[in-house]
Design a protein around this ligand. Sequence first.
Ligand SMILES: [Cu+2]
Length: 173
Amino acid sequence: MARSAYNMLLIVGCVGMLLMLSKQGSAEQHVVGGKQGWDESTDYDSWASGQTFKVGDTLVFKYSPMHSVAELGSESEYKKCDLGTATNSMSDGNSVVKLTKEGTRYFACGTPGHCDSGMKVKITTVSASSSGSSSSSATPSSATPTATSTSTSGATCVSGSFAFMGAFLALLF
Ligand SMILES: [Cu+2]
């Protein structure tokens, strides 16, 4: 009797915690380039492949005044670093871009020569409901962050269950 009540609580607490986590984790902020930020020394392809960009997430470009951010209209402009038709040019040093829909967007630094030396990034946004696993087939390296977040929420789930049980026991006695 007591044992099954304990199990029930564990399950209810666990499910509740996971639901809360999935709601909180729905909109993420991606600092482009990670700790390095937006500069010439970062490998943006490998940075982007380790991230899952979902509709509703935001990109944050952090950079010094020698750089800027310009959005390019197409894959070919991105490949050629053709900044002639760039839209949405930003130079405030802390540029926030909201990913409002699925698809691929292209960004490059507007300072002459920087895009050609690799200061550009391609962001592919997936629907908010798709899990990290759907994109992991295309980008194998995203498997690592997915595994990390799963184990983190697992640990939170267990501790959350104990907190839930504690609250319940406090009500009883
Ligand atoms: Cu630059």
